[in-house]
Design a protein around this ligand. Structure first.
Ligand SMILES: [Zn+2]
Length: 483
């Protein structure tokens, strides 16, 4: 019996080997991919224009703490493969309200172009691979073209099944670019899935390609669904590809634009006394205020490294005082980055009740009721010297703003700040809403501090901002993708 089984096994193995071609090599797989994507047409492709309309799903910066947001985008990426040039034009929003962004990589240098300010800033962080915020990876054709142009950077690392369908797993390690894991259908040679690491630890971006089509002999997927850390991230709704007809006008820099003035950058942790009882500390994009209530401190500004800002403020005060309250401005992930620190420091969270779950999520454990002080609409602390009120606005459904009465300073997280050395910022509708909210409380702050800048604005700045509204976003000259 054993003998029969053995013979059968040998026969089966032999048949399997005989019917399949010799085992695949990276070269044979790349050849198959090239054939699937258009053979010589893709191989000799000089330039590509990718016009992408898509929706994103956002949780970390959503309007409501209970929901994902969906946002509309359109991007035009013009690519010259031979000269390694890439131009990126981006529309964020729709016809009612949109903003634009323009970046360019010349093959050597990266630039951000500010059309409203008619200014250009050179950026050493911009490369061919990231000038478009990696949106090229939405296109399977782009990835395949890069792969065929850089065959040496590819290795065949295994096989994997997607819903039972066998795929080749290729690793694509191109210098200066993200390492990509690529899954190609063994039968069709088409790219089904790509993935790369996220900057967030333990998180990954996966791109799922489908609905393949052909244009001018070159294959492309019409649909890309992107997932971040397993959650819906992006879905394209329309893709237009143009081959070998990108004009030189797509690239380059506007001639008469000037240089963008230097911005404040706050590289080092700094702490200063804003007034007798009010201290400001922080670096980069995260700043806090600490109010000295005598026996304890009240903190606001929840970026990560809260502990370091607290220590810097204590240094300034010259005494150790506990952080009794941490005011949580709103539920956006960046502003919850310091909540773990506040929790360890023993602080009570002063928060809108709808943000409780997000705060617990940021800390990673359920928090006792007695660690919360909820603010439905307004609350006063420190014998009325600190007033906290809810300021619902388009940025976040609930946002706590704090007024420190004795030094007369208002703190907003994201509403009113400037990172320019001088000059008052232009206003916008939310600021008018904030002004009338302050009026309803009879509050007239002398100064305005915020989470995103060490610069403290004045009531004169505010008066200017309220009477000088920023113009609506305009379509930059010669752009074809504006809504
Ligand atoms: Zn925010």
């Amino acid at each position: 019996m054993l003998r029969v089984a053995l013979i059968l096994l040998v026969a089966l193995t032999f048949t399997a080997q005989a019917s399949s071609p010799s085992s695949p090599t990276v070269r044979s797989v790349l050849d198959q991919i090239q054939a699937a994507y258009g053979g010589e047409s893709i191989n000799s492709l000089q330039s590509l224009s990718l016009d992408e309309r898509y929706k994103t799903f956002n949780y970390t910066q959503s309007y409501s703490p209970q929901e994902y947001d969906m946002k509309t985008f359109r991007a035009l990426v013009d690519i010259d493969f031979a000269k390694q040039k890439k131009a990126f034009r981006w529309i964020r929003g729709d016809a009612d309200d949109f903003s634009t962004q323009h970046q360019y990589f010349s093959g050597q240098f990266g630039y951000r172009i500010y059309h409203e300010k008619q200014a250009i800033s050179e950026r050493t962080t911009i490369s061919f691979h990231n000038v478009d915020w990696r949106l090229s990876l939405l296109s399977d054709t782009y990835i395949v073209k890069m792969l065929l142009d850089n065959r040496d950077a590819a290795s065949l690392t295994g096989e994997r099944k997607i819903k039972g369908v066998p795929h080749y797993l290729l690793t694509f390690d191109l210098e200066g670019a993200d390492s990509l894991s690529l899954l190609f259908d063994q039968k069709s040679g088409l790219l089904s899935q790509a993935s790369r690491k996220d900057w967030q630890p333990d998180s990954e971006f996966s791109y799922h390609y489908s609905e393949y089509n052909k244009e001018k002999g070159i294959t492309y997927a019409e649909r890309t669904y992107a997932v971040r850390a397993g959650k819906p991230y992006l879905l394209n709704i329309k893709r237009d590809l143009t081959f070998n007809s990108v004009s030189e006008g797509a690239f380059g820099l506007p001639k008469h634009y000037g240089k963008l003035p230097d911005m404040l950058n706050f590289e080092d942790m700094q702490a200063k006394t804003l007034d007798t009882n009010l201290y400001q500390s922080g670096r980069y994009w995260g700043f806090s205020l600490f109010y000295d209530a005598g026996e304890y401190l009240i903190g606001i500004g929840g970026y990560r490294d809260l502990q370091k800002r607290y220590e810097a403020a204590l240094n300034q005060i010259g005494k150790i005082k506990p952080l009794k309250y941490q005011i949580v401005t709103h539920h956006h992930a960046d502003h919850l980055g310091g909540m773990q620190d506040a929790y360890q420091l023993g602080a009570v969270f002063v928060a809108h009740p709808s943000n409780r779950a997000r705060i617990e999520e940021a800390i990673g454990v359920p928090i006792d009721d007695n660690r919360f002080l909820f603010v439905d609409s307004e609350i006063n602390l420190a014998e009325g010297k600190v007033k906290i009120f809810d300021f619902p606005n388009p940025h976040a459904q609930h946002q706590l703003v704090t007024f420190f009465a004795e030094p007369s300073v208002l703190f907003t997280a994201d509403t009113y700040f400037s990172r320019e050395h001088t000059g008052s910022p232009k206003g916008y509708p939310e600021l008018t809403e904030l002004a009338s909210k302050l009026q309803s409380f009879n509050l007239e702050p002398e100064r305005y501090a915020a989470a995103h800048s060490a610069r403290v604005l004045t009531k004169e700045d505010m008066a200017y901002s309220l009477t000088h509204m920023a113009p609506h976003s305009q379509c930059p000259p010669k752009w074809t993708i504006c809504p």
